[in-house]
Design a protein around this ligand. Structure first.
Ligand SMILES: Cc1cc2nc3c(=O)[nH]c(=O)nc-3n(C[C@H](O)[C@H](O)[C@H](O)COP(=O)(O)OP(=O)(O)OC[C@H]3O[C@@H](n4cnc5c(N)ncnc54)[C@H](O)[C@@H]3O)c2cc1C
Length: 419
């Protein structure tokens, strides 16, 4: 078996790479080799509408099966790539199939981190990455009255929000002193904590987990002080490990992900990496090499690689964005807030519609918008243009963020700082 382009991983990045190749009129053979049994589907609903039973699986497919047939995209499902031979230009699957490639696009995402404590792998402890995970989690949740969620990142918080809607008693344990510590500033963290508590979640910060209790099924979580929290289901949302071992074994540079350049090229010829597993220099992190775990990043990098394969290489410089739904909150994020030196609050959390604007040396670098879609849309332009603005202007809800963007040299924006 040989294909001009082999894509490893049939998730957001992998599916979009195949779609984009055909959109770019690439006529060569294309195969997606994926280890899941399903055709590519969206992952965000797994902790939202799909978990809540509000969307069926058919509704979260990235494309219907016919789409791939019509465009001659070969789907090799249920196949796990275990080795890459960069000299022979082929990959090997766990079942022993050898698949040759002209170009290889590695879009394998990540594997959920397991709880590193005794009992962390007991049945009843559930991670949240695939449809199979969430089907198992749904079945366990149906029979459960008490659920412990470990991890106050977006996935844990979204799961907690769905579970309270399903009338479960939820205990959420976060190891740090605030939720969303890795991705958001304190104002958003405290607001989100308040919302969860308001909905009845027993949210505990600085939680130290010693073990998962149980013999052949989880029955509770033991904390370092000795307290045991009983639960029939334990959900672990504590991050992922990039799925890159076969590439690293083949000699590609990287460790926490695969190192790629601004064209998503790895250190080996004809091998690209995209999505959650690609550590890339990002313009919006001031050039620092980072991995971004978002649909936007996976799909935009996929398009970029498809274009490069079709002879139109462009450096990656797309503005990062992200979203989350919890209760009636629509949280939208644009830009990267890591490294901010000040924040401005626009609107008030009590109104449940507000934005946190992140600045570095006076420049707008990111926004977290809660039920504030207008701020989000207009704020995007501020981040993209690297606008500097004074806090009093940014926080004034009577002034639209879009008015801070210069339209012409003779029409300067209001309240803009000049450095
Ligand atoms: C529950 C959940 C909720 C999320 N919510 C949001 C959200 O609201 N907004 C947002 O922007 N992002 C969200 N994300 C993140 C987003 O889904 C990921 O960033 C995105 O899926 C990354 O795409 P990817 O192609 O890199 O990896 P994935 O979509 O994970 O696809 C990788 C695929 O490769 C397969 N694979 C791995 N190793 C191999 C191998 N060796 N051989 C063959 N196949 C392999 C995997 O099984 C998987 O099918 C969420 C993620 C999860 C899990």
């Amino acid at each position: 078996m040989k294909f001009e382009v082999v894509i490893v991983g049939g998730g957001h990045g992998g599916a979009q790479a195949a779609v984009a190749l055909r959109q770019q009129r690439f006529e060569g053979s294309v195969a997606i080799v994926g280890d899941e049994p399903e055709i590519p589907y969206e992952r965000p609903p797994l902790s939202k509408e799909y978990f809540a039973g509000e969307k069926t699986f058919d509704r979260i497919l990235i494309r219907p099966a016919k789409f791939y047939e019509d465009r001659d995209i070969t789907l090799l499902l249920n196949r796990r790539v275990t080795r890459v031979d960069p000299i022979g230009h082929s990959v090997l699957t766990a079942a022993g199939d050898k698949i040759g490639y002209g170009r290889l696009i590695w879009a394998a995402g990540g594997t959920p981190r397991m709880l590193p404590v005794p009992g962390g792998k007991l049945p009843g402890v559930q991670v949240v990455r695939t449809r199979a995970d969430v089907d198992a989690m749904k079945a366990l949740a149906e029979a459960a009255t008490r659920v412990v969620v470990i991890g106050g990142g977006y996935i844990g918080l979204e799961a907690a929000s769905v579970l309270t809607k399903l009338s479960k008693k939820v205990i959420l344990l976060e190891a740090l002193d605030r939720v969303l510590a890795r991705v958001a500033g304190e104002q958003l963290s405290r607001f989100i904590e308040g919302e969860h508590r308001h909905h009845g979640v027993d949210l505990r910060l600085n939680a130290r987990i010693e073990a998962i209790e149980g013999v052949d099924h989880a029955t509770g979580v033991r904390l370092s002080g000795g307290e045991v929290i009983p639960a029939e289901l334990v959900i672990a949302g504590i991050g992922i490990i990039p799925a890159v071992q076969p590439l690293i074994d083949a000699g590609v540079k990287g460790s926490n992900g695969v190192l790629v350049d601004q064209f998503c090229r790895t250190s080996l010829p004809d091998i690209f990496a995209i999505g959650d597993c690609a550590a890339h220099p990002n313009r919006f992190s001031e050039g620092a090499v980072i991995r971004i775990e978002s649909v936007q990043n996976a799909t935009d990098q996929a398009v970029l690689v498809a274009k490069a394969i079709c002879g139109d290489p462009r450096p990656y410089c797309v503005l990062p964005w992200f979203w989350s739904h919890q209760y009636d909150l629509r949280i939208q994020t644009v830009g990267l807030s890591t490294g901010h030196d000040s924040t401005v609050l626009r609107g008030h959390p009590n109104s449940r519609a507000f934005s946190v604007i992140y600045l570095r040396r006076g420049k707008v670098m990111a926004l977290d918008c809660v039920n504030a879609p207008r701020d989000y849309i207009q704020g995007r332009a501020l981040v993209a243009a690297g606008i500097s603005a004074c806090p009093a202007t940014l926080s004034n809800p009577a002034l639209a963020l879009k008015d801070l963007i210069p339209t012409s040299p003779s029409n300067p924006p209001i309240g803009r700082n000049h450095h």
